[in-house]
Design a protein around this ligand. Structure first.
Ligand code: PMP
Length: 307
């Protein structure tokens, strides 16, 4: 059975989890008009840090801006809310979920309803399984494509987008795969149900461009920065489906999934059918940020700090 943390931050204050309720006629519930983030707090030798929290909260406000949703808090206030909810629950290692949504206050599609904001935090291991960080997962190409760029903006992390993600993920799990990979409406590679993709050719990393109906992931940007810093070439480019089968290594990345290797796609082994050396190196650089092996020269580790 799912257990819940004791406290949650809701509209400006910490309250007991059970009291953070929403009216059944809230706009966001009917029309998918919510925007959200996934952020992680890691325990490090220098104390707990929230990874790229300001970048995540900035993206939350950008997603809201696309939908003319007036979030009544600044990045700094949202950062403070994350810190507060971690402290209230005594968490030093957690997944944090800020969400803003259109509440009760109008039934029309374009209604300017009040915007509710909540921030929750709880223990959540790697999304595709802790063992998968080493063993990798078996993935499939979904029969569901991502939405065309002139229909729903993939660059906004909005609740409604995740109807697409649910179809992709549920189909994959139903067919016995660990995760689904979606193609864009162009037929070219897009992303996983809730993760970005990297294909490794030799010591080059290739990833689909933002125009391929994907969320421009913060982990994707982190990997790009770490890889280039380590002297690896990273190329953003259109990628046809068959390159999945031809690359030497393949992995998915995201805040929830962290860096999860993919060992097969559609039943075909990728490379040697196991986590490859470049993926391993990228994982070491990434997780090294949290155990002190990788120096944070970019100011990504934002301390939870003292009360
Ligand atoms: N694509 C989708 C559809 C996602 O939901 C996520 C996870 N938020 C990502 C990519 C990865 O984004 P990030 O690295 O910013 O978590």
């Amino acid at each position: 059975m799912q257990s819940y943390p004791d406290h949650i931050w809701h509209n400006g204050r910490i309250k007991p989890w059970a009291e953070a309720t929403v009216h059944v006629m809230a706009h966001g519930l009917h029309y998918g008009s919510s925007v959200f983030e996934g952020v992680r707090c890691y325990d490090t030798p220098r104390g707990p840090v929230i990874f790229r929290m300001s970048d995540h909260n900035r993206r939350l406000l950008q997603s809201a801006h696309i939908y003319d949703m007036a979030v009544p808090y600044s990045v700094e206030e949202l950062n403070a809310a994350s810190r507060e909810v971690l402290r209230a629950n005594g968490l030093t290692s957690a997944y944090i979920r800020p969400v803003a949504f259109r509440g009760l206050g109008g039934f029309g599609l374009s209604a300017d309803t009040p915007v509710d904001v909540a921030v929750a935090a709880w223990h959540w291991g790697p999304y595709l399984g802790a063992a998968a960080l080493e063993s990798g997962i078996d993935a499939c190409v979904s029969s569901w494509q991502r939405f065309a760029p002139n229909t729903v903006p993939a660059g906004a992390k909005a609740g409604g987008n995740y109807l697409s993600g649910q179809l992709v993920a549920r189909e994959a799990r139903r067919l016995g795969f660990g995760e689904g990979i979606a193609l864009a409406s162009t037929g070219l590679l897009s992303e996983g149900a809730g993760e970005n993709l990297f294909l490794v050719f030799g010591d080059e990393l290739h990833t689909p461009p933002a125009s391929a109906a994907l969320l421009n992931g913060i982990t994707r940007h982190t990997i790009r920065t770490l890889a280039e810093d380590a002297g690896l070439k990273v190329i953003e480019r259109d990628l046809p489906r068959e390159y999945l089968y031809l690359c030497d290594e393949l992995f998915m990345c995201g805040t929830a999934a962290e860096i999860t290797p993919i060992r097969s796609v559609d039943g075909k082994p990728i490379g040697r059918g196991e986590r490859g050396p470049v993926t391993r190196r990228i994982q070491d650089l990434f997780f090294g940020l949290f155990d002190g092996r990788t120096e944070d020269r970019w100011g990504w580790l934002e301390p939870l700090g003292q009360e």
